[in-house]
Structures are given as structure tokens and as C-alpha cells.
Write a protein that binds this ligand. Sequence first.
Ligand SMILES: NC(=O)c1ccc[n+]([C@@H]2O[C@H](COP(=O)([O-])OP(=O)(O)OC[C@H]3O[C@@H](n4cnc5c(N)ncnc54)[C@H](OP(=O)(O)O)[C@@H]3O)[C@@H](O)[C@H]2O)c1
Length: 343
Amino acid sequence: MKKINVGILGATGLVGQHLVESLENHPYFNLTTLFARPEKKGQFYYDVVDWVCESRLNPKSAEIKLSSMDDWDAYKDLGLVFSALSAEAADKIEGELRKRGIGIVSNARSFRMRDDVPLLVPEINANALELVETQKKKYNGGFIVANPNCCCIGISLAIAPIEKAIGIESLYIATLQSRSGAGLKGLSSNEITANVIPNIGNEENKIREELPKVFSRKDMEIKIRVNRVPVVDGHTFNIWIKTKKKTSVKEIIDVIKKFKPECGMMPSISKGSSIYNVYEDNAFMPQPKIDAKFLNGMGTSIGRIEAVSDNEFCLTAVSNNAIRGAAGGTLLIAEMLKERGLI
Ligand SMILES: NC(=O)c1ccc[n+]([C@@H]2O[C@H](COP(=O)([O-])OP(=O)(O)OC[C@H]3O[C@@H](n4cnc5c(N)ncnc54)[C@H](OP(=O)(O)O)[C@@H]3O)[C@@H](O)[C@H]2O)c1
């Protein structure tokens, strides 16, 4: 199979680095181009990047010479561009690239809530990809597909089996979000060590806006509080769910275990028999230190599933913010675009 050449915008950042890591030896994609600020053009990636991933930076990517984001010729041979830019940078460039006929899968918030842009969690709302064809017609082949906010992804995956099989009336959520969610320059050690910060930018509004778009459910009641905690990787979510009809803990566990991802088995989620790890007998799990690694960071761990009444339940879920919530999420979208013949 001929591989598709791809590039990464924001390759020096935390999410960009995870993309570089996960694109090594990918069966569908060949990473050829790394974009950075114009002043870094021509430098070797290894000279510029402050590498933070656990695996070693592979020599092929290390020796790529950086391209400038605004050098339009550098996009010519690419079948897809991953964006791991800050929202401020993405605001300026992603729309311009789409106009120039380029396909982008983005981690930034800039286009998430636009009507013509899919806000895609491939396991949940695969049909949203239909919007790609509409954009391609309008923008000379160009399109944007957005990955939701990392909490929106983790929460969506935790509740999807329940929403699809039983129906959800309301959600009360409290998040415990890791440091890596703030990016490489987000938080100083002094701010977060032995501390909890009980708010994060505009995060609560983003989750309240994005969850209804993922599930096409504007009527779902959502109350949320977010917290930054001194965890390295992996967000934890405590979720109280009111279901539309009476159910049981047993039925909830059953629907989670039987859930089939709408996108089917793609390379980045094909390593396990289920995308869920359900703790039925251990009331001290999930924990981000352990569960953020489940399914190479692409899985969701769920535990402490308890009944409050016969239509109210609580559970605790862990999802890897930088992988399933960002780099791996955009890679899964790209795999789906390839499988559906859209790139
Ligand atoms: N971290 C997570 O867990 C997570 C999860 C979901 C979504 N996201 C989203 O993913 C994106 C990347 O996040 P991150 O955590 O990787 O952030 P990060 O570590 O701060 O990286 C940001 C990247 O954007 C580049 N950049 C920033 N301003 C720029 C400008 N004006 N022109 C060109 N490049 C610019 C940076 O380049 P320099 O190195 O040159 O500064 C860097 O490569 C953000 O939109 C974020 O909201 C992050």
C-alpha cells in the first residue's frame, strides 16, 4: 500500500511530539514535513525540540529540517496535515490552509464549533465525517476535522455506551486534570507541586459546548467543575449520570463491555479486544499513573460504578489527555479518513 505523506504543524510542542512518536512506522502515513515558526526554518528538528516523550526520538524524524508554516510550497506533496498548534496560531493559519485546498486534522479549539466542521470522536460519531465532502467542494479539496477538547473526549468515551444503549438525561462532572494538559510551557513546577488549582481557563465552557455537539444532544443537562492536579499524564473524571430510564450497575457494565466503536478497528486502537478496561472488583481503580497507559494511551478505564438510585449512577474514568485526548485522537481521525477514501 502506498503511504500518504503527512506533515505536523506545532511539531515542537507536547502534542506535536506525541504525533511525531506515533507516526513512526505507521502503516498508512509517512511523516515527511515538520512545520515551525518562520524563524526556525531550516534547522534540524533535533536541534530545536525539547523532547519529552518516553521513547527515544527516532533518527528519521530527528533529521527532518523544519519548514516554515507560511511556506505554501512545503504543503504541496502532503496528503494531510496534523495541527498541534496553540489556538492563537491555529486561528490564523488553519482557515488559510483550508482555503488553499489542504486537509487538516486539528487539536486546536479554533474551528471546533463551526457548523461545517466535524467534531469527531471516531468511536462515537463517525457519521460527522460526511461534512468533509461538503467542505472539500467549497474549499477546492481543503477541509478541517477537529478533535474535541481532551476532557470532552475522555468524558464522551466514558458515557457513550450508556448514552447509546440507555439514554442520558443529565451529567454532573468533576475533573482532575494532569499537568501535561497545559502543554510544555503551561505550568511552572512551583504552581502545581503539592497543589490543586480549582479552575482552568475556559475549560468548563468548552466541555459544556462540545459534548452536545459530539452526541447531537443539545438538551443534555451538564454541570461541571474542572481542577488541575499534580499528576503527570492522564485526566480523571468523576461523573454522576442520570439515565432516561431505570437501569442497574450490571446493565451499565454490560453495555460498556459490549460497546463497538463506530469507526471499526483502526490501527491505533486495534491492539486490545475492547477500548474499555472496566474495574468491577477494585474500588481503588482507575488511577492515571497506571491507566493512562492502557491500550498505549488510546483506551478508557472505568471503575467505581455505583448506583445512587435506580436511574442515577456515578463512575470514575481515566483517559490519557495527550494521547487519546490529543495526538492519538487526531491520528485515529486520520486513519478513518484514509479508510473511508477521503484522503
Ligand atoms: N496538552 C494536551 O493534553 C492537549 C490535549 C488536547 C488538545 N490540546 C491542544 O493541542 C494544541 C497543542 O497543545 P500542546 O499541549 O502541545 O501545547 P504546547 O506544548 O504549548 O505546543 C504548542 C505548539 O504551538 C506552537 N506555536 C505556538 N504559538 C505559535 C505561533 N504564534 N506560531 C507558530 N507556532 C506556534 C509552538 O511552537 P514553539 O515551540 O515554537 O513555541 C508549539 O509547537 C493546543 O491547541 C491545545 O489546546 C492539548
